[in-house]
Design a protein around this ligand. Structure first.
Ligand SMILES: Cc1cc2nc3c(=O)[nH]c(=O)nc-3n(C[C@H](O)[C@H](O)[C@H](O)COP(=O)(O)OP(=O)(O)OC[C@H]3O[C@@H](n4cnc5c(N)ncnc54)[C@H](O)[C@@H]3O)c2cc1C
Length: 481
């Protein structure tokens, strides 16, 4: 007999509306076009068994499945995805593959110095691994190791990277190089005031990467079912059962790689803030701008990050983080939509990037970003379900760290004890918890309004009034911790 789980009830999960295809990101449109948009995999329509059932076809789910097969090709791995692989954040992000060194202070706070540095180092290896894996498996994800620049775009941001750079300075493999305004501007493709660069990071095409990973996963023998949402989780003879609309998977372990949708797990909900980033891809006006494909991926040092990067075809992506706020467990689905208030986003792009005035808009989308209260990803088992694991909370830095998340979840799912699966990343993050709804949403709106106001005033080099400043201090989210 299948017992519906208390954490993932049929009622909750029925609300998972797979992202609307009309809201497809530039990346996913491009990647699916290259597949003729027809190679959607079939839904699950039967009862099957697996050693591990992975739920979610983003980077975390695919890297987990691939790692399980790589370690032991005889492991039966099945992956189910509510929409198509890449429909979540993995196909909608900025495509900057970074590591966790910028979050070193947060890592130390959670795990102490030794473990923190071990995790930061593993996250550098993860980016190297990603690049080699794509090369070895003919995934052309348009990867350029042009580095990641953490830049200042107004006076209040100057040197805000100092704590991370100083914390890393005592390690010979600290990846940071501090740049003056001129050198940083050259790398940014536009004028910035200064910055710190990490040359080990890369820009890539996330749509081609996620679809390429799904292809390779299948070639390794992993069964992938798309359009197959997990509706409920039951258990039978101590083994979890993943229940989908037309089928069931009985597995020794289940891995929930559902990222923003993990807010449906009550204990996770208290630790995740569901916000959103808006993105546009533009084609510069002819003759107005020489595309710089050698430019780095750039994030500024504001609390509501501006980020930008060139694409291989001479277009540019510009994004702004922290703009929306999800309500209750529906947040993840409702925040997938066409980018609203485009005028503001374009104005901000022109401010940061005057050379992009007059460019043509090719695509604009909003997608949810889950910020954990520690700014770090965390991994554990669902309370009451010792064989059901999850990983989430990448806080806007997941393209590289998801590889590491896959290694870690593969170990948890198979009971392997190693440096990552035994690390603090699998212990409940220290610190406060978020209040329940509707308090968190209403409070969040007040804080968000103050953040946007402070951001605008700082960009205009104006004084931030004490009330606005005080309210922004309540914001529990941060890219670096
Ligand atoms: C706009 C934006 C910009 C970003 N920019 C960057 C960046 O430049 N660099 C960086 O490092 N990180 C960035 N990030 C973060 C990064 O994209 C994520 O951390 C990463 O993609 C998370 O991958 P994931 O596989 O864990 O989650 P996702 O890619 O979200 O995958 C989860 C999957 O689970 C599926 N799913 C959900 N519920 C169910 C269910 N019940 N049954 C079956 N399937 C289900 C979803 O459809 C989805 O495909 C950005 C994120 C966003 C949104």
């Amino acid at each position: 007999m299948t017992r519906p789980a208390f954490v993932l009830t049929r009622g909750d999960l029925r609300r998972i509306d797979p992202p609307d295809s009309a809201v497809r990101s530039y990346w996913m449109r491009d990647a699916l076009l290259a597949e003729n948009d027809e190679i959607h995999r079939q839904p699950l329509r039967s009862r099957i068994h697996a050693d591990v059932c992975v739920v979610g076809g983003g980077f975390t789910g695919l890297w987990t499945a691939i790692e399980l097969k790589r370690r032991d090709p005889s492991t039966e791995v099945t992956l189910i995805e509510a929409a198509v692989c890449g429909a979540g954040a993995s196909g909608a992000n900025g495509g900057m593959a970074m590591n966790l060194w910028p979050k070193l202070s947060a890592l130390i706070k959670q795990g102490g110095e030794d473990e923190a540095v071990a995790v930061a180092r593993a996250s550098v290896k993860a980016v190297d691994y990603l690049i080699n894996f794509c090369e070895d498996n003919a995934i052309d994800a348009q990867i350029y190791r042009t580095g990641w620049l953490w830049a200042s775009t107004n006076r209040s941001q100057d040197n805000s990277w100092d704590p991370a750079v100083e914390a890393a300075a005592s390690y010979r493999d600290s990846p940071f190089r501090v740049l003056d305004g001129q050198a940083a501007s050259k790398l940014a493709g536009t004028r910035v005031r200064g910055g710190v660069v990490d040359d080990s990071c890369a820009n890539l095409h996330p749509g081609l990467l996620v679809r390429g990973l799904a292809r390779v996963a299948e070639s390794m023998g992993i069964r992938i079912y798309e359009h197959t949402p997990l509706r409920a989780l039951g258990s039978n003879a101590h083994a979890p059962v993943a229940i989908t609309p037309f089928g069931e998977i009985r597995a020794a372990s289940v891995v929930l790689a559902i990222n923003a949708w993990a807010t449906q797990i009550p204990s996770v909900r208290q630790q995740l803030v569901m916000t959103a980033s808006d993105n546009i891809v533009v084609k510069p006006a002819p003759g107005s701008y020489a595309p710089v494909t050698t430019a780095a991926g750039v994030s500024d040092a504001g609390r509501l990050l501006d980020y930008w990067r060139p694409l291989e075809d001479g277009t540019w992506l510009f994004g702004k983080a922290g703009l929306g706020l999800g309500y209750r467990t529906r947040g993840a689905s409702t925040l997938f939509r066409p980018a609203p208030r485009l005028d503001n986003l374009i104005k901000q792009m022109h401010r940061e990037f005057p050379a992009l005035q007059g460019s043509t808009m090719l695509s604009a989308w909003r997608a949810p970003v889950e910020y954990s209260l520690s700014s770090l990803p965390f991994f554990s088992n669902v309370p009451g379900y010792p064989r059901v694991f999850y990983g989430t909370g990448y806080s806007g830095d997941g393209v590289g760290p998801c590889v590491m998340g896959g290694w870690l979840l593969a170990s948890l799912a198979t009971g392997v004890k190693d440096e990552l699966s035994e690390s603090f990343l699998t212990r409940s993050p220290k610190g406060r918890r978020l209040p329940p709804e509707p308090i968190r949403f209403l409070g969040g709106q007040v804080v968000k309004a103050a953040m946007i106001r402070r951001d605008r005033l700082e960009d205009q080099q104006k004084r931030v009034d004490p009330v606005t400043r005080m309210v922004t201090l309540i914001d529990p989210t941060s890219f670096v911790g």
